[in-house]
Design a protein. Structure first.
Length: 74
């Protein structure tokens, strides 16, 4: 039996969706862009984000907004 390919959490910088992808996957399954990121700008991986729901999501290390609009901005 073949060993399953490990999945890596990636975020699309265009549509802000988090999904589990194979390492060689280069295109977002939602919008098709090639803007997949494996980690936040601070280096924190996205493992925590796959199961988070809600309109807002921030990096737990640096606080960068990863999904949604902050109430501070109109």
């Amino acid at each position: 039996m073949a060993t399953p390919t490990p999945l890596i959490p990636k975020r699309c910088a265009v549509c802000s969706r988090f999904r589990a992808y194979e390492a060689d996957d280069m295109h977002c399954i939602v919008c098709g862009s090639q803007a997949l990121e494996t980690a936040c700008a601070c280096g924190r991986g996205y493992e925590y984000a796959l199961h988070e729901t809600g309109d807002l999501l921030h990096c737990p290390r640096c606080g960068r907004r990863l999904r949604g609009r902050d109430d501070d901005f109109d």
